[in-house]
Design a protein around this ligand. Structure first.
Ligand code: KG4
Length: 367
């Protein structure tokens, strides 16, 4: 219904003058999960504003993201976040050449708030609209730099809460998924193990914190064996191995619903398990990244997504592949600057919608 209404409004407008203008400054919106974000990015690399309203505290009490709570919160803060970005960049709508928005993948209720907001703004302000894939955008956070822009082919390890994958992009932005996770994503494994150990959501940073006091060699957890040349990941076996170790220390009997439980262990045991788990995840991620680099000889290598904020992973990647681009912490977790970066590359190559009506797609796989 709303879709037809928006199409009707759009058809009454003359968008030609605005779409033919060169696109330099993009206002980008991100709302795929539990962050409401707006950024203003110039030439795909210079971040003039990067506003992120995180809902982490809101979801911490539930031990994970609650989709309904997330969507309601996006509605409340979306407009203030956009106004804040314009104010930070000292800009008005006249300075904006195009609007970009995450259209998937993600939680559909959350995506819809961003997409509908962007559509209405594109129509009202008469700006071209660019729909962006959130996972691919994590790889393009590496373009947000003063130094030389990454070259193509670009190999990217994207490790977020719901996804772990190795991507290879060509100059024209066509891409190939070289390998993805068969089950849990790395971020998801961090969050589930954190819950088991009684650590708050989001699990990644909290595991890293307690791991600092732990012995990372104390436990040997398994790495999935998926074949000599495989670039796929699997973290489900590791998660179960951690669970069994936790149960052994707690003197508990294994059962089916155990992964939803939280165990009370001595602080040193929590730290040792966290450190050994973190080491295993990092080693697995880096091994496959190195293998992909050897197989495809990319011009540049980048890591992105929430787990790429992990200090241990960043150090291990740089040690194994010194040429890799390690992005600033603020662009690892969900943000709109990366949406601005990818949308600029898309606009440069003519990947721009004819109409400002987009479809939010919770399992989007394309550019
Ligand atoms: O990319 P992201 O912000 O959100 C999406 O999933 O799109 O990633 C969130 C994930 C969570 O699972 C969180 O535990 C993990 O990133 N994470 C970390 C760290 N910071 C965030 N994992 C490991 N170490 C961290 N420092």
């Amino acid at each position: 219904m709303l879709f037809f209404y928006l199409t009707k409004i759009y058809n009454t407008l003359d968008m030609k003058s605005s779409t033919s203008k060169e696109i330099c400054t993009i206002l980008a919106i991100e709302s795929s999960c539990d962050e409401t974000a707006c950024a203003i990015v110039r030439d795909g690399r210079e971040v003039l504003a990067n506003v992120v309203a995180s809902q982490a505290d809101l979801h911490a009490q539930f031990g994970g993201v609650v989709p309904e709570v997330a969507a309601r919160s996006h509605i409340e803060v979306m407009i203030p976040v956009i106004e804040d970005a314009l104010k930070t960049a000292k800009m008005t709508w006249d300075d904006i050449d195009a609007i970009a928005v995450t259209r998937g993948p993600g939680l559909i209720g959350s995506l819809l708030i961003g997409v509908l907001t962007a559509e209405v703004l594109a129509i009202e302000k008469q700006k071209p609209l660019i729909g962006v894939n959130h996972i691919l955008a994590h790889a393009f956070a590496s373009f947000l730099t003063d130094s030389e822009q990454p070259g193509f082919p670009l190999l990217a390890l994207v490790v977020s809460g719901g996804d772990s994958r190795l991507l290879l992009f060509q100059e024209d932005l066509t891409f190939e998924t070289l390998g993805a996770t068969r089950d849990d994503a790395a971020g998801e494994a961090f969050d589930k193990v954190a819950k088991l150990l009684g650590l708050p959501y989001p699990g990644g940073p909290n595991i890293s914190k307690v791991a600092l006091d732990g012995d990372d060699q104390k436990y040997t957890f398994p790495k999935a064996k998926l074949g000599k040349d495989s670039l796929e990941y699997s973290f489900s076996g590791l998660k179960t191995a951690v669970l069994r170790q936790v149960q052994e220390i707690a003197g508990d009997q294994p059962g089916l619903t155990d992964l939803r439980k939280t165990y009370q262990l001595p602080p040193q045991a929590v730290s040792d398990i966290a450190a050994s788990f973190e080491r295993t995840v990092v080693e697995t991620l880096v091994e496959k990244l190195v293998r992909a680099s050897q197989a495809h000889s990319p011009k540049s290598i980048a890591i992105g997504g929430g787990v790429s904020a992990n200090k241990r992973l960043r150090e291990a990647v740089l040690k194994a592949l010194p040429q890799a681009r390690i992005i600033p912490f603020e662009y690892c977790t969900d943000n709109a600057a990366m949406i601005g970066a990818l949308s600029y590359q898309m606009a440069q190559r003519g990947h721009i919608a004819e109409s400002p009506i987009l479809e939010a797609d919770s399992s989007l796989d394309a550019l």
